[in-house]
Design a protein around this ligand. Structure first.
Ligand code: FE
Length: 256
């Protein structure tokens, strides 16, 4: 059976892509951020994942307000990137892992998650930037992207998202393969880009959430989608990617 080797969470603001494109990793503004990644790459060199299951939220590139699935699973042979209008480079397609995609989809539907299956899916910076941060050269892993709605009300609750993640973790453990699978949660903590609370952040809540991942991973599941937006901002709801990621680890196996 496949092995779930652990998880990595990261933010994905488009400006990271601009900094990479302009080689600003040692710039004083960016250096503290990029300095966080060499130790992660060292771990990856030992952990040697073959496949990544990547929880992300789309920003209007693939899904728009007229059609917005709560949960969507990619089942494509590869995932095209496209010009998102942020000025970041369009990267080569991301390779898919269709066998695991369909095993995840079948497992989720059996567990009564009515997911959308996507045999074509454009992926934006929420998928490409974590991969670039972890593997600055060519991408050596195949990817199963799982998209969670953080854009259009109604939003999924933390409890439902954690349960989704747990089911995905169970799918990884039961996948008939010798592959090593890493789970990535791609989304920021508290932030708000627009409206009356533009600039909102909530460091205290962010730290509570981060610490709960180690000590009490289901702490976050007490909050509804509305409550999370209230605490973290209209874009801070992206922390649901971390909720799903942690839920996957709760299915058992080795976590890091
Ligand atoms: Fe985002």
């Amino acid at each position: 059976m496949a092995k779930l080797i652990g998880s990595i969470g990261t933010s994905h603001i488009p400006a990271i892509g601009g900094a990479i494109a302009k080689s600003l990793q040692q710039d004083p503004y960016w250096k503290p951020f990029f300095d966080g990644f060499p130790p992660v790459r060292d771990w990856l060199a030992t952990a040697r994942p073959d496949v990544v299951v990547l929880f992300h939220n789309d920003h209007g590139l693939n899904f728009f307000l007229d059609k917005m699935p709560t949960f969507a699973v990619g089942a494509a042979p590869q995932y095209q990137t496209a010009d998102e209008g942020w000025g970041i480079p369009t990267l080569p397609p991301v390779p898919g892992q269709q066998d695991l995609s369909w095993h995840v989809i079948n497992t989720l539907v059996e567990q009564e998650f009515d997911v959308v299956t996507c045999q074509e899916m454009l992926v934006d910076h929420a998928v490409t930037l974590p991969l670039k941060l972890l593997w600055p050269g060519d991408c050596p892993v195949q990817v199963v992207p799982i998209c969670i709605n953080t854009v259009q009300m109604p939003l999924p609750s933390a409890r439902r998202t954690y349960a989704l993640g747990r089911a995905v973790g169970e799918a990884i453990h039961s996948w008939d393969s010798d592959k090593r699978v890493l789970v990535i949660g791609s989304g920021g903590l508290s932030h708000q880009l627009d409206g009356e609370r533009a600039g909102h952040s909530n460091k205290e809540f962010d730290l509570q959430f981060r610490n709960s991942m180690l000590s009490n991973s289901e702490w976050i599941t007490q909050f509804s989608g509305h409550e999370l937006v209230d605490k973290t901002g209209t874009q801070g709801i992206e922390l649901l990617m971390g909720v799903a990621m942690r839920g996957a680890l709760s299915a058992g196996g080795t976590s890091s």
